[in-house]
Design a binder for this molecule. Sequence first.
Ligand SMILES: [Zn+2]
Length: 262
Amino acid sequence: MKKIEHPNDNRLKKIIWVRLYAELNDFLHLEQQQKEFALNLKTPVLVSEALESMGIPLSEVDLVLVNSQPAGFKQHLYGGDHLSAFPTFESFDISGLATRQKTPLRATKFILDAHLGKLSKYLRMLGFDSLYRNDFGDDEIIDIAANEKRIILTRDKLLLKSPKVSHGYYVRAINKHEQLHEVIRKFDLNSQFRSFTRCMTCNSPLLSVTAESIRDKTDSGIRALYDEFFLCPQCDKVFWKGSHFKRMEELILDLIRERADP
Ligand SMILES: [Zn+2]
């Protein structure tokens, strides 16, 4: 006898109900954002395949729920299943739920792609270990990130789709100041600023030095005006808290104010 299909049986229609949270919505078309929507897929399908079919880099996903239960990327989805995904480094509280990442990367270190040179300088200015070279290839960035436990910051969504990427973030903002604000907010870095500890040019840790020791590297006017100097042992640059520092302080105060008054 032929089995009669119930018209409301989503299992047979192969529809998966999807809801993405917070920043993951940035990867969706407007009409799919911030609500549950139907995804038509050939089932069974892996969670990872369903996410990738929507253009979501897996490295951006921290937690997946299938029918309200924590699930892995390799779990199968069937028609009628409900899939929810939460972003990596989530800023809203998901502490009650199991997370996919083993442990967060404690010391916040970055590696940036070729589009984010200015941002790397700002991050170094605030003391964050931020590797950047405009000739790093994608594979090189991915390998260095994995070996040195660095978070990848990129404007290239494709780069984050590699299965070797565990911690990566797609920077949305285009403007360099907004990018800095975005990254500070995203990774909650406000309490970790260590200004004048890292060379803005080459990322090496700076040394605090006396005016006398950098006599041949600065002019006497500068040495008369300032009493704190910092030397990069790698590229031999000298830094002091001049007008550049004043602008930097304002930027930092901005960031702190934004934190206090979101
Ligand atoms: Zn340097």
